[in-house]
Design a protein around this ligand. Structure first.
Ligand SMILES: [Zn+2]
Length: 243
């Protein structure tokens, strides 16, 4: 029996509330967490996991879709709690997660610092310091496009760069479910490219939307927005046609 549980977590960032949606995949042997939230969010994560009928201690694998702070902020702390849980990420993401390369998001923020109006600089510097402070974690297994992880009836790795260069989505053919991470987001009920300001390569991001279109998807799960309601193929086609 395979399960796919959405773990909706409310977070307050810069005074505004937002929902994020890590996912818990489970079969008879494995309990796999896909993304894990901001730093210091383990108590909320534990609550969401408990609401789904599990405990954090049962987690055997953690898959990181990419190294943005809202997805892997708690990864290092989780790994300390669960030393036997393997961390899995795309081979391009591994050095960023491990700290041998500087976070792409941090580099992006630093490169635009000089263009900001003076009053925006302290906030941007604070953001850069926050990104620099994210705890690093070793990647136990590096994956690439087309790899099929042998759990939950098969978890297919779909490389969906653009938002970040090693971003992955995960396809579960048994239930025709796509866990899209930040390859697409839901805003006002509509599929969109994640905040273009944070998309490192828009052209690649659009190509990734086209790549998602080649899968038979009944259920599309976005980290920002949860489960998409509506015709997934049509919504993806519509999104790609806007670029
Ligand atoms: Zn995100």
């Amino acid at each position: 029996m395979h399960g796919c549980h959405l773990l909706s977590i409310e977070v307050i960032t810069y005074g505004a509330s937002q929902m994020i949606t890590p996912v818990l995949l489970q079969d008879g042997n494995e309990c796999i967490l896909v993304d894990c939230g901001y730093p210091d969010s383990i108590p909320q994560l534990a609550q969401a996991v408990a609401d789904a009928g599990f405990t954090l201690e049962r987690i055997t694998k953690i898959i990181a879709t990419h190294h943005d702070i809202d997805h892997i902020g708690s990864l290092g702390a989780l790994k300390r709690m669960l030393p036997n849980a393997d961390i899995i990420a795309h081979e391009i993401e591994a050095p960023y997660l491990e700290g041998t390369l500087k976070s792409q998001r941090q580099a992006q923020a630093e490169s635009t610092l000089h263009e900001l109006p003076r009053e925006a600089v302290p906030g941007a510097e604070q953001f850069i310091a926050l990104l620099a402070s994210v705890e690093k974690a070793a990647v136990d297994r590096q994956v690439r496009h087309g790899d099929v992880l042998p759990w939950c009836g098969g978890v297919e790795v779909v490389h969906t760069p653009g938002h970040m260069s090693g971003h992955i989505s995960l396809y579960l053919p048994a239930s025709r479910t796509m866990i899209a991470g930040d390859a697409v987001v839901i805003e006002e009920g509509e599929l969109r490219i994640a905040n273009p300001q944070y998309t490192l390569d828009l052209e690649e991001a659009v190509a990734s939307v086209r790549r998602l279109m080649s899968y038979e998807i009944d259920t599309l799960i976005c980290y920002h927005g949860g489960c998409f309601q509506g015709d997934v193929q049509e919504a993806l086609r519509d999104l790609a046609s806007r670029y």
